[in-house]
Design a binder for this molecule. Structure first.
Ligand code: HEC
Length: 146
């Protein structure tokens, strides 16, 4: 008797409960209305979604040193826009993934423009791909709390 009751009603309740869960989920999103400033900031950064790869601490500190010696701070600041975008803004835009690491490393080596609406970044043809990748890891790590 009890068993018949359970086998009849439990599946129905499960379906019902998951329907409620699904509808709550879709209602809960995007409640937060952005102010104009936040919107502009958001468009400016145009964050690319993706999971961050874990990077060993030793790689990050090597990147930090390489950047200090390569003259990047002539045009970049850690957290302020200068001639080039702030490193923290670059970090917000790109997830730490091999594809973006290589894209940015190549851009550092050959120079470029157009991603940030700012002037041109000079080429750094003497940098090795490996050093450029290490620099990128350091830059992209700047938005993750350590
Ligand atoms: C002459 C000034 C200048 C120097 C020196 C410079 N940068 Fe840049 N950098 C820029 C500018 C300007 C941009 C934005 C380019 C754009 O809008 O695509 C930029 C963009 C970048 C980006 C983001 C590129 C993208 O497509 O999002 C990275 C990463 C970067 N720089 C790293 C470096 C590193 C590392 C160094 C040192 C080796 C360096 N930069 C030296 C001016 C410079």
């Amino acid at each position: 008797m009890v068993q018949a009751f359970l086998s009849r009603w439990v599946p129905l309740w499960l379906i019902f409960a998951s329907l409620i869960l699904v509808s709550c989920d879709s209602n809960g999103k995007e409640e937060h209305i952005l102010s104009e400033g936040e919107l502009r900031q958001k468009n400016y950064i145009r964050k690319i979604p993706g999971k961050d790869e874990q990077v060993p601490e030793a790689v990050l500190s090597k990147g930090e040193v390489l950047i200090a010696y390569a003259g990047c701070y002539d045009c970049h600041r850690i957290d302020k826009k200068s001639k080039g975008p702030a490193f923290t803004d670059i970090a917000k835009r790109y997830p730490i993934q091999p594809a973006y690491r290589d894209l940015l490393a190549r851009k550092i080596i050959s120079g470029g423009f157009g991603s940030w609406g700012s002037p041109v970044m000079v080429a750094h043809p003497n940098l090795s791909m490996e050093d450029a990748q290490t620099m990128v890891y350091y830059i992209l790590s700047l938005d993750t709390p350590s």
